[in-house]
Design a protein around this ligand. Structure first.
Ligand code: GLA
Length: 411
């Protein structure tokens, strides 16, 4: 008998040592739409179906936005056996019908839960029901799970996220695992083998440079962070990100109330940081300016570059202006000037001052030896230019100028 127990224990240890997340997903940062930033708890199947229709009509999947994700508040209660059900009032046709609809539009479907007893909006959490929940999501046909961190007193973060990873694996359907514990337990240090992305910050709000306190969830110490505050928190974590495991500085607020320049800067900086690109606006009332921002293929290509190297800044906030680089495939670089200040800034870039070696990618800009062709990614009318000459440009307040540099030959 003792031998059998020892054998079983050994098998269990081996099984958990070999448990893996679903590999091959999120080889580039995931892209899609999520209900939370605009609609919060006010979601229902009509909204989700309309959003699916709109994503198809606008061809968003062709730009890379394939996931249509429900956030908090889709839940009903648990049945007698502990299986979770959908809210019958807001999702009367059921989740299987909804994912069928989403899939019929050429999209993938995402769902949301929480590692604690309740979700952040006080719906049932997954604690103690992880394997049941993963099975239900797989049976319903979901392809993506965002897993939050509210109501987790005494829950071990690494353990909790591992349990759900293993449950998803055991359920048998490839499901992208998006961890959302806000960076509270430094997930970048331990989560690459668990999730496909992990939040690095608290919640974003549609503001460029504010930090807003909010206590509507009974947590007055919580702050919603603006774009700049999030960038500053996410930037130092670049060495932890790569294909299949991304730093997630939260979902996009493009189209939710910032100025067009701020939206453009926000979107560009998320691309410079190889962040997941999850739209958070109302697609049905989107302005042409918002559409133009989220569908700029050249800027999206920076985010989706196959090397998957997060960009970095060279100097912090010199007179409100920052210079960012991101190594891209084929010897290219993305180069971005971010103007954090409250006034327009005239900038002269002397390339030689940016001869730098990036330890993480092992790449050098080599401006003293290499000449690059420059493509201005937001200004299609800009004259062709190279790095032979200094770059002179005015960057508007709370805006960016971003270029793709391609080696054109030796100096
Ligand atoms: C947390 C998450 C948000 C959102 C809400 C839902 O605050 O960080 O992204 O999912 O919960 O309640």
């Amino acid at each position: 008998m003792k031998k059998i127990f020892t054998l079983l224990a050994a098998l269990l240890v081996c099984a958990s040592a070999f448990a893996q997340k679903w590999e091959g997903l999120a080889q580039t940062p995931q892209m899609g739409w999520n209900s939370w930033n605009k609609f919060g708890c006010d979601i229902n199947e009509q909204l989700i179906k309309q959003t699916a229709d709109k994503m198809q009509e606008l061809g968003l999947a062709d730009y890379g936005y394939v996931y249509l994700n429900l956030d908090d508040c889709w839940h009903g209660s648990r049945d007698k056996s502990g299986f979770i059900t959908e809210d019958e009032n807001t999702f009367p046709s059921g989740m299987r019908a909804l994912t069928d609809y989403i899939h019929s539009k050429g999209l993938k479907a995402g769902i949301y839960s929480d590692a604690g007893v309740q979700t952040c909006a006080c719906r049932p959490g997954s604690l103690g029901h992880e394997y049941q929940d993963a099975l239900v999501y797989a049976n319903w046909g979901f392809d993506y799970l965002k897993y939050d961190w509210c109501f987790t007193t005494d829950v071990n973060p690494k353990g909790a996220y591992r349990v759900m990873r293993d449950a998803l694996r055991a359920a048998g359907r490839p499901i992208l695992f998006s961890m959302c514990e806000w960076g509270s337990n430094q997930p970048w240090e331990w989560a690459a083998e668990i999730g496909h992305s992990w939040r690095t910050t608290g919640d974003i709000c549609a503001s460029f440079n504010d930090v807003q306190h909010y206590d509507d969830l009974g947590n007055p110490t919580w702050k919603a962070q603006g774009v700049l505050s999030i960038i500053d928190q996410n930037e130092p974590l670049r060495k932890y990100a790569g294909p299949g495991h991304w730093n997630d500085p939260d979902m996009l607020e493009v189209g939710n109330g910032m100025t067009v320049a701020e939206d453009r800067a926000h979107f560009t900086m998320w691309c410079m940081m190889a962040a997941p690109l999850l739209l958070g606006n109302d697609l049905n009332t989107m302005t042409p300016e918002t559409f133009a921002i989220i569908t700029n293929r050249d800027v999206i290509a920076i985010d989706q570059d196959p090397l998957g190297i997060q960009g970095f800044r060279t100097a912090k906030n010199v007179g409100g202006v920052e210079y960012w680089f991101k190594p891209l495939e084929g010897g290219d670089w993305a180069f971005c000037i971010l103007n954090r200040s409250d006034s327009d800034q005239k900038v002269t870039v002397n390339w030689k001052k940016f001869c730098l070696d990036d330890e993480i990618s092992g790449r050098s800009t080599g401006f003293d030896k290499i000449v690059y062709d420059m493509k201005n990614l937001w200004d299609a009318k800009a004259k062709p230019a190279t790095t032979k000459r200094n770059l002179k440009v005015t960057v508007g307040t709370h805006d960016v100028a971003v270029y793709r540099l391609t080696p054109a030959g030796e100096k």
